[in-house]
Design a protein around this ligand. Structure first.
Ligand SMILES: Cc1ncc(COP(=O)(O)O)c(C=O)c1O
Length: 389
């Protein structure tokens, strides 16, 4: 078998473990060229698709809510990564680390439990490196995500509905299945995004430093969704050290276990977990918000119709929380919001009128939406901290 260094895709070794290249692509200058003006510079040439990760636009919100007139809310469009989500960055980082440590060898198999984005990230990296990729999905996984995974050459392993826990979650069953596959398949490696501390490292090295490069004096707050807590812990680890004034605001979906709010089923994918993830530390949170499916999806529709951005379900929750939080300040604030993924993978759910009706979800508009955002309250931090004990 060829050694790793002689594999054709190996030039991307430079990109897989080198976040600095991504960060250096940013400029702190605010660009607002006239509509239709040609871009000033082209993006750098990339040696492979994984070398193109991380160089994403950061875009101001202008029309979604009256607070956009008073405060600068910027959305970091991780949806502009080549596969459409932030999870390609930690997928690339974890694969690189596993290759370095010898856990993943040429011809090996990557096995993971994913509701979509991390699986797609691994499928992309697997495709560029010649690995077999097995993704454990469940009944909640949409047809689009299934087709996307398969289009990248990944194989699907489905956990049956009967494996759901009392709250309808299949996350634990999926992780057990992935573990079992790693044990039984020769050459298999399970990155275990839910428990792997390198997931956190990836976001300290990439995402946090990309934000720092764009905001040299640090934003007033960073608003981030929580599931595995890779983003939350990785970003906060960097900013607590380099810009302690930057508040860290965590966002979860109502019904999830992470923030200690009442458990119930939810339709959101991407956010939420049925257990407290090992990489999560509630002490890093300066505020936390639990956002309902209906409010999150309503904000998604408003982002498309008032800001021209068709984004994923969790982005609606993150933007709702940011808009609720920023209203506590009379002085103009600069917030950086993480947009984890693109909206086209939610066309048959969040953006489908029949699906919304079938699940009794009403999309709020105009003043009703503004009111709902204004009424959103943070989850008390003592509750958040108790829940994680
Ligand atoms: C769409 C989406 N939003 C938010 C998150 C939360 O990110 P993390 O797992 O880093 O906590 C995820 C993670 O799966 C996601 O897929």
């Amino acid at each position: 078998m060829a050694s790793l260094s002689s594999l054709p895709g190996n030039r991307f070794n430079a990109g897989l473990g080198s976040p600095v290249a991504a960060a250096s692509a940013f400029s702190a200058a605010l660009s607002s060229a006239p509509l239709g003006a040609a871009p000033v510079a082209s993006a750098p040439l990339a040696a492979s698709v994984t070398d193109a990760l991380g160089r994403v636009p950061i875009v101001r919100l202008n029309r979604l809510h009256p607070s956009c007139n008073q405060h600068d809310l910027y959305l970091k469009l991780e949806s502009c990564n080549p596969g459409g989500s932030i999870k390609e960055k930690n997928a690339a980082y974890l694969v690189h680390q596993a290759e370095q440590s010898g856990q993943l060898r040429p011809g090996g198999t990557i096995v993971e439990s994913s509701s979509g984005n991390f699986g797609i990230g691994l499928a992309i990296v697997g495709a560029t490196r010649g690995y077999r990729v097995l993704i454990v999905i469940d009944a909640k996984t949409s047809p689009t995500i299934r087709r996307m995974l398969q289009a990248y050459g990944a194989e699907l392993v489905e956990v049956p509905l009967e494996a759901a826990d009392a709250h309808g979650s299949m996350q634990v069953a999926r992780m057990q299945r992935a573990q079992e596959l790693e044990r039984t398949l020769p050459g298999a490696w399970y990155p275990a995004q839910h428990t792997n501390p390198q997931n956190v490292e990836a976001h300290s090295l990439w995402t946090a430093q990309e934000i720092a490069a764009a905001f040299p004096t640090g934003p007033d707050a960073i608003v981030v969704g929580v599931s595995t807590a890779g983003q939350l812990t990785g970003i906060s680890r960097y900013f607590k050290q380099h810009s302690p004034k930057t508040r860290i605001i965590g966002v979860d979906v109502a019904g999830s276990a992470i923030l200690g709010t009442p458990r119930h089923a939810y339709k959101m994918t991407g956010l939420g977990l049925s257990f407290i993830p090992p990489n999560y530390d509630p002490q890093v949170l300066d505020a936390a918000y639990s956002v309902s499916d209906a409010l999150a999806f309503s904000v998604c529709h408003a982002l498309a119709q008032r800001e021209g951005m068709l984004l994923g379900a969790s982005t609606g929750a993150i933007v709702a929380a940011a808009l609720a939080d920023v209203q506590r300040f009379t002085q103009p604030q600069t917030y950086l919001l993480l947009n984890p993924d693109r909206g086209d993978r939610y066309l048959e759910t969040v953006y489908d009128a029949d699906w919304l009706k079938q699940h009794h979800l009403t999309i709020l508009q105009d003043q009703d939406l503004v009111q709902a955002i204004n009424h959103l309250q943070p989850v008390p931090l003592d509750l958040v901290r108790r829940a994680a004990q």
